[in-house]
Design a protein around this ligand. Structure first.
Ligand SMILES: [Zn+2]
Length: 86
């Protein structure tokens, strides 16, 4: 979703629900979906989590509150997907 975030996450295969043969998710979205769906147990780095906080703030306008700082990676990733869908 951001040029600055390129290569922030590994290049995971897509796990989105769309039935199309080719997905249009970018590298960050593919990674966020893997976390959101519990398909990876790799812990997010601080930098990856900061990216998530920034996405939630940017797309939902919701300020990052202290509870979000304590969210598990999967829950944080779901918050990002929700923000992107707003
Ligand atoms: Zn996809």
């Amino acid at each position: 979703m951001s040029i600055l975030a390129s290569n922030l996450f590994p290049d995971y295969p897509c796990s989105c629900e769309n039935d199309q043969p080719e997905c249009t998710c970018d590298q960050e979205e593919r990674a966020i979906r893997r976390y959101a769906y519990g398909l990876t147990n790799d812990p997010m780095t601080d930098q990856q989590r900061e990216y998530c906080f920034a996405q939630v703030l940017k797309y939902s306008g919701v300020a990052v509150i202290s509870d979000m700082r304590d969210m598990p990676d999967a829950m944080l990733a779901r918050a990002v997907l929700k923000a992107w869908s707003m």
